[in-house]
Structures are given as C-alpha cells and as structure tokens.
Design a protein around this ligand. Structure first.
Ligand SMILES: *[C@@H]1O[C@H](CO)[C@@H](O)[C@H](O)[C@H]1NC(C)=O
Ligand SMILES: *[C@@H]1O[C@H](CO)[C@@H](O)[C@H](O)[C@H]1NC(C)=O
Ligand SMILES: *[C@@H]1O[C@H](CO)[C@@H](O)[C@H](O)[C@H]1NC(C)=O
Ligand SMILES: *[C@@H]1O[C@H](CO)[C@@H](O)[C@H](O)[C@H]1NC(C)=O
Ligand SMILES: *[C@@H]1O[C@H](CO)[C@@H](O)[C@H](O)[C@H]1NC(C)=O
Ligand SMILES: *[C@@H]1O[C@H](CO)[C@@H](O)[C@H](O)[C@H]1NC(C)=O
Ligand SMILES: [Zn+2]
Length: 534
C-alpha cells in the first residue's frame, strides 16, 4: 500500500512542528508564537489534504499522461467549476442532487447540465462489464425490430408479451400468437403510438415510482429477469441478432466508448424455417463478422471481446460441462473469447464455492490450462455470507477482474491482494442503485477504492434496461458522487486509461488501443477548449 511513506512523512513533519513550537515558545512573544502555531497547523493541513489527493485515481503526478496541457487545464477548470457549483448548491441550499436520487427519476436532470454534455463527448475508453442482450436502446428495439416482417406476439397470463419470429403462427394452447403487422394494421395512428409505448413498457425497468414498484431487491430482480426472458427470443433471430450487435457498437461508439467486453452465453440463433444453429455458430457467423466489419468501417473503434457466461442457478455438474466446453472454446477462439463468468442474482443462486471442482478443473489438467475468470462477486450488502465470500473465492481462483465487488471495501486483505495483483474492479454505479444495493450514490463504497487508487474501471452493466446511455450516465454519477469536489479531468482521464490497461486485450492490442484513444482524446480537448474560448 502506498500509505506507509505518507504516514512517515506526516509524523516527521509533526516532529519538526513540535520542535519549532518549543523553540518558538522560549524565544518569542506569545502573540507571535500563536501565529506561528497557526501557520504550522495550516501547513500540515494543506499537506495532509494534498498527500491524500495524490493517492487517488488520477492523483499521481508520476504519470506524464496526467500532466495536463494548457487546453486540458482549461477544460479541467470548467468541469471543476460546474461540479463545485452543483455540490455546493445542493449542500448549502438543498437543491436536488441527481446521484442521490434513483436514476429512473433523475436522468433528465442530469442530462440538462453543462457537465453532462462534456462528459458525454469525452472518450471513455472501454466498457468492460456489459451483458449482451442489454446493450442497445429499447427505442431502437421497438422502432426497428418489432417492425420487421414475420414477428409474432402473444400476451401471456402475466400480461407480458412474448415475441418471436416465425414462418407461420405456432399452435400454442396457452397463448394465441398473432402476426405483429396484422395487429398494427388494425390500429389508428394514435393507437399505434400507444401500443408501441406499451411494448416499450413491457421491456423497460423504468418506472416513475421505482420505490413503490420495486419495494426490495428481489422485486426488482424479478422484473429484471423478465426483461431477459422477453428480449432473448426477439433478438436470437439470426438477422436481428447481427443488427442488434451492430447497432450496439454504433451507440457505444457515439457515446465515446471505443472498446467493449461483453458477457453472455453464446446464443442459439434461429432461422424462420425453424433451423436452430449450434452455439459456436454465432462466433463464426455473427459476432466475428459483425465486429470485424464495424472495425473496418470505423477507424476510431478499437474492438469487442466476449466473456462467455452461464447461469449460476445451474447444478454443479452443468457448470463442469460448461467449463470443459469453455476450455475448448477459449483455445479455438482466443482472438474473441477472453474468458468466462457466471450470471444471475448472486444472493439467491449458487455461490462460487459450490462450483469449486468445476472452477479448479482447468488448473488440474496436465499441463494446466489457464482459463481466465471474470467473476461477478460481492454484489451484495450481506457481509460474511456466501455471496460476500464469493470475493474470497474469486481471488483464490485468480480472477482477472471482479464484476461489481460492491462488498470488497469490507475486506482489507482482499483489497491488498487486488491492488498487488492488479485485479480490476468493474464498478457499475447506476446498476447498483437501480438494482437496490444503494439508494444515494454518495454512499457507494467504490468512492473509497477510487480515493486509494485501486484498479477501478467504470462500466454500465445493462444500460438499455433502464434507459441509460452506454456509459455517459455512469461516468457522470461517478464524477459527481464517487470522487471528491476537487477531483477533475485527471481522474476522468485515468479512469479511461484504466479501462484499456485492465481490458482483456493483449499487449499489442493495448498499444494500438491507447493510440486510438489518445487521438480521440486530443480532438475532444481541442473542441471543448475552443468552445470555452468563445
Ligand atoms: C444558494 O442560493 C442563493 C440564492 O439563490 C444563490 O445566490 C447562491 O449562489 C446559492 N449558493 C450556491 C453555493 O450555489
Ligand atoms: C432496422 O435496421 C437495419 C440496420 O440498420 C436496417 O437495415 C433496417 O431497414 C431497419 N428496419 C426497420 C424496420 O426499421
Ligand atoms: C405489454 O404489452 C401488452 C400489449 O400491448 C399490454 O397489454 C400489456 O399491458 C403490457 N404489459 C406491461 C407490463 O407493460
Ligand atoms: C433454413 O433457412 C436457412 C437460412 O435462410 C437456410 O440456410 C437453410 O438451408 C434452411 N433450412 C432448411 C431445412 O430449409
Ligand atoms: C475446437 O476445435 C476443435 C478442432 O478444430 C474441434 O474439434 C472442437 O469441436 C472445437 N471446440 C469448440 C468448443 O469449439
Ligand atoms: C492461482 O495462481 C497461483 C499463483 O500463480 C497458482 O499457484 C494457483 O494454482 C492458481 N489457481 C488457479 C485455480 O488457477
Ligand atoms: Zn453484470
């Protein structure tokens, strides 16, 4: 830990202060001695504060990347002024502070600020914690996917729609399937608008009264899982899946995200005639060609990687097969598949320890195989429970990064290991708020990780489900609520750099990624600084 020299330093200056005070007491008049003691105290105070500021993410003056150019200083002054005004106005005048309020109701307020507009334009590097079916905006899904031919729908007993592409309506005694275009043809223009809105409401988690609609964590997760059930069938139709991914990349790049690491099971993509492709087929015929084509058409884009997942509710034997298959998959597709993870509500399904045999399996092979892990761990408020101990198991299993790590700050030894080994913590603040781990983001525990320069990266988890932009809202609340009033552009810059440094890219890819990010960063600074001159 970097704190040792600081303590030494502080105690040394205390000693000097004490000696000075003694000298002063014997040689000068009382008034002067008080003035000197005051000065001394003021110096110590300034020093202590500045030493701490140096310890945080972006505080290190050691990295020349963080020395700000004159133009950067200009942008820095502007964003610090905006941040300071909002913080002080809320603190002293009681004006509302967006990160303290559920994202579902505070989103519009955020978007109206000058600070948001700058952060939205900022090149943020990569988003390293994302789920494959929660990437693309629901506006696009409703406007584009649900207007395609051959889409059928039925309304289930739970009053949620099921959506699926078919050649002809399936015979289903439980649910009457109708062709979407037939249904829309019978609606007036205003009815169509209303219907489209109802489709959107079927999908989105957004509610204007989130506390009433989702009284606790289980209620919100139940609704959240419904989304994944609904979207899966809709986008696993082969042509839709490819367009969905392409549109995701487009929306992320437009939001200043040049690299994505996407968690998801490999989908069994289907055709209208009922053909269902094997899972691996999606790598060769969907993911790889879509990513390649997008890279070719967008020189600013760095790339996308996949972290293959399965549901943590499965029995241990199923996880064993999953890991065995993943070893092959990883070997066969090392350009694209970078490792594995388990998904599903951590508090209610199996902890990692239940899958110990499966998760140790690659290391018991002869020779041992290194299958990188990217475990969700510690997405909980329950200390020293199975979920909390997922953090221990993740670290023992040599996880490459930790998804959420919300409970990590309670584990001093794990914090030390994470820092030593550079195990990045993927912090997704809005997800934690919406999914009810924390109400007021000023209380988000990652603030202390950022203050101590732990390897933190900011991501957005499932932005489409709650109508967030790909990464801007998460960066905005991080900047306003998880970092200090004086933490400015250097902190944002280091967070972006961290997202490349701790990505799954290899050394050569990272060098190329930094080059692309830096180029975009310079353009951003030039444009913003020029605006401030006007
Ligand atoms: C608090 O409100 C007063 C009156 O509107 C305003 O003049 C002042 O600047 C506000 N304080 C801060 C810190 O914004
Ligand atoms: C949906 O988007 C794709 C890809 O941009 C486009 O080719 C297609 O025409 C769109 N379809 C509809 C119904 O808007
Ligand atoms: C889902 O859409 C259907 C069809 O428009 C509608 O009847 C139902 O109320 C919607 N359900 C939700 C939860 O919005
Ligand atoms: C089903 O459709 C796909 C894609 O159009 C086609 O490649 C395949 O040959 C078809 N299979 C059958 C059995 O018709
Ligand atoms: C990996 O590649 C080998 C050899 O081409 C093949 O036999 C195997 O089925 C592949 N496994 C997976 C999971 O893709
Ligand atoms: C984790 O890393 C340590 C040190 O390199 C190694 O001894 C151990 O076998 C690894 N464990 C797993 C499960 O890979
Ligand atoms: Zn997640």
């Amino acid at each position: 830990m970097a704190s040792a020299p600081v303590i030494l330093h502080a105690s040394l200056s205390c000693c000097i202060a004490a000696i000075l005070t003694m000298l002063v007491m014997v040689t000068v008049t009382p008034d002067l001695s008080i003035a000197l003691a005051d000065q001394n105290f003021a110096n110590q105070r300034v020093e202590l504060i500045s030493e701490e500021e140096k310890m945080r993410i972006g505080g290190g003056s050691s990295s020349c990347l963080l020395w700000l150019t004159d133009e950067e200083k200009k942008v820095n002054r502007f964003i610090l002024e905006e941040k300071g005004k909002m913080i002080e106005d809320a603190r002293t005048n009681g004006t509302s502070f967006a990160p303290a309020i559920n994202f579902m109701t505070s989103r519009r307020d955020m978007e109206s600020t000058n600070l948001f507009k700058v952060i939205q334009k900022m090149p943020k590097g990569g988003a390293l914690h994302l789920h494959k079916t929660a990437l693309t905006s629901l506006d696009w899904v409703v406007r584009n996917v649900t207007y395609r031919p051959n889409l059928f729908m039925c309304v289930g007993n739970d009053l949620f729609v099921k959506l699926h592409f078919y050649d002809t309506a399936p015979s289903d005694p439980e649910c009457t399937w109708t062709l979407m275009s037939d249904h829309r043809n019978n609606l007036s223009a205003s009815e169509t608008t209303e219907f489209d809105l109802s489709l959107r409401n079927n999908l989105t988690l957004v509610s204007l009264e989130p506390d009433e609609d989702y009284p606790d964590i289980n209620a919100v997760w139940e609704r959240f899982e419904k989304y994944f059930g609904m979207i899966g069938d809709l986008i696993s139709y082969r042509p839709v899946f490819k367009d969905y991914m392409r549109e995701a990349l487009r929306q992320f790049l437009a939001d200043g995200v040049q690299h994505l690491e996407i968690r998801g099971s490999l989908p069994k993509l289907y055709e209208l005639n009922g053909t269902v492709h094997p899972r691996e087929w999606s790598l060769r015929h969907a993911y790889r060609p879509v990513f390649r084509e997008f890279e070719e058409n967008n020189p600013d884009f760095i790339g996308a990687k996949l972290i293959v997942t399965t549901f943590r509710g499965k029995p241990p034997a199923a996880i064993m097969s999953f890991i065995q298959e993943a070893v092959e998959l990883y070997k066969n597709n090392s350009d694209l598949v970078v490792g594995v993870d388990l998904v599903g509500q951590e508090d209610t399904f199996h902890p990692l320890i239940d899958f110990k045999d499966a998760l140790l399996y690659p290391s018991t092979l002869d020779p041992p195989v290194h299958l990188p892990y990217y475990f969700h761990a510690g997405e909980t408020v329950w200390l020293e429970t199975d979920t909390d101990f997922n953090l221990v198991d993740a670290v023992l299993l040599n996880t490459t990064r930790i998804g959420h790590g919300y409970a990590l700050h309670n584990h001093p030894l794990l914090l030390k290991k994470v820092k030593e080994h550079g195990i990045a913590i993927e912090v997704s603040p809005i997800s934690n708020q919406v999914l009810k781990l924390v109400e007021d983001l000023r209380n988000h525990p990652a603030s202390s990780l950022i203050a101590d320069n732990l390897p933190v990266v900011i991501s957005s988890d499932d932005p489409a489900v709650w109508d967030a932009l790909p990464l801007s809202h998460d960066f905005y609340v991080t900047f306003l609520a998880l970092t200090g009033k004086d933490a400015g552009l250097a902190t944002l810059k280091q967070l972006a750099i961290n997202s490349i440094k701790y990505s799954a890219m290899d050394r050569r890819e990272k060098a190329e990624a930094m080059r692309k990010w830096k180029r975009k960063w310079s353009q951003f600074i030039q444009t913003e600084a020029a605006k401030l001159d006007r």
